[in-house]
Design a protein. Structure first.
Length: 448
């Protein structure tokens, strides 16, 4: 897996692409016989957990932002986030006559043209499309460079002039011209109880709060849908999989408000599924739902509940860990999420992940004890089967299905239970399964 950084390739000016470094890298990978997962990274490197280098957005884009800072995500007090462009400028021709979506589209088409030999040879098998900060489909609601610390609830990022105008138009159309963006949602490091928006009987439960959250999360859905449509056109016919990454927001998951998820743009509550609309949108583009934080245990957040939305929409589900972990507990949790119903001896299990990106290759991973544990983990991911040299090549990318209305996407927010029991029983069964897997797999890992 490699980030194909916008800030490197188009650094010198609009439409001036330099792919030479990536061609050299891909040639090395090609010689080893490995495959490539290329990430179209339209965000900066730096400011997120695990970032140890800094790669900004192209200088010419930042220069435009100096004169018009509203191209960047903005919090309530006006702090700008230059990690990526705000989705509010997706269709604004502010970049030498191009919109942000046109920039992303041109970039991906140039990648295809310059990497056609690797694509045709089957070396590149996955294209993950960056849709926001850290490449994830979300708002940059929790940014360490702006002072956020775990487990702060984060802040809404919709106060640039374009988002303000859009919300006011939407509210006026709904007959509530008096409504404005939230002013009671706290700051980055608040907890839900400290705010009027997320506290008990908070604004998020009112008509005004619900309207805002639907608007805020819907803008994110439209953003992802539009860019993935361009990616689908750019790589049409290529034998690759298209994917998009969704963040594993696990803190405050068990609070009634799900505050950290809401500020990130995931309108997910106990009675409302905030992830299935994303999966449904991805299904339109034959995309893979790539979910992060697979190593988090059920005591931290039930990842299997979020992964299941992809299976419900009949699309591939993939994942990655968020932190560099080398312990059996983390590997066990990934295994549990990879096959929540275990291994089916009569054929492939119905619920299984299509792929895993393990973060990350490092000197610490290659230490003898850690690497031996990792090899055991890989073996378990393959259900103890021997290495199979025949890689199943992806089918050529087909054109996206017809547009989905927002009403149809929002229908997917209705909670459906995969089993005929209540949520308390769901949680209890999930806990029992997790405890069973922990005992079973840790017995193996810890003895090696």
């Amino acid at each position: 897996m490699v980030d194909v950084w916008w800030g490197i390739v188009e650094a010198n000016g609009p439409g001036q692409y330099n792919w030479s470094a990536y061609r050299s890298l891909f040639q090395l990978v090609q010689k080893t016989g490995l495959k490539i997962q290329a990430i179209m990274s339209f965000h900066q490197c730096g400011g997120n957990i695990g970032d140890d280098v800094f790669i900004p957005l192209p200088k010419w884009v930042l220069a435009i932002g100096e004169n018009n800072p509203d191209i960047f995500y903005t919090n309530r007090v006006g702090t700008r986030n230059k990690e990526c462009l705000s989705l509010s400028v997706d269709n604004q021709p502010l970049f030498e006559g191009r919109t942000a979506v046109q920039i992303y589209s041109d970039y991906m088409r140039s990648f295809r043209g310059n990497m056609s030999d690797f694509l045709e040879a089957g070396n590149i098998v996955d294209i993950e499309v960056g849709l926001g900060p850290a490449g994830e489909l979300r708002y940059p609601s929790y940014t360490q460079s702006q002072g956020w610390k775990f487990p702060g609830i984060g802040e809404f990022q919709c106060y640039d002039k374009y988002m303000r105008t859009d919300f006011k138009e939407a509210a006026t159309k709904a007959g509530h011209s008096e409504w404005d963006l939230p002013d009671d949602a706290g700051t980055y490091n608040n907890v839900p109880l400290e705010t009027g928006f997320f506290g008990p009987n908070g604004t998020y439960l009112t008509e005004k709060g619900k309207f805002f959250l639907i608007w805020y999360s819907s803008k994110l859905l439209l953003h992802g849908d539009q860019i993935l449509d361009e990616a689908n056109k750019a790589f049409l016919g290529c034998k690759v999989k298209l994917s998009a990454k969704v963040a594993g927001i696990h803190w405050w998951y068990k609070d009634a408000s799900h505050a950290a998820e809401l500020t990130a743009g995931y309108y997910n509550l106990d009675n409302r599924d905030g992830y299935r609309p994303i999966a449904r949108m991805l299904a339109r583009h034959y995309g893979t739902f790539n979910f992060t934080c697979l190593e988090m245990r059920n005591s931290e957040h039930p990842a299997y509940a979020k992964l299941s939305v992809g299976w419900k929409e009949n699309i591939d589900v993939a994942g990655e860990n968020a932190l560099s972990r080398y312990d059996g507990y983390a590997y066990n949790q990934i295994l549990l999420n990879a096959r929540p119903n275990g291994i089916n001896k009569n054929g492939p299990p119905k619920l299984k992940m299509a792929g895993l990106t393990y973060l990350q290759l490092s000197g610490k991973l290659l230490q003898k004890r850690n690497f031996n544990t990792f090899k055991t983990f890989v073996k378990k991911m393959h259900a103890d089967l021997d290495y199979c040299p025949e890689y199943e090549k992806p089918a050529p990318v087909s054109r996206s299905n017809g547009e989905i209305s927002m009403d149809e996407l929002l229908e997917a927010t209705q909670r459906t239970k995969p089993f005929p029991w209540d949520e308390q029983t769901d949680a209890r069964i999930g806990g029992i399964l997790a405890e069973y897997w922990d005992r079973l797999l840790n017995k193996f890992f810890l003895s090696n």
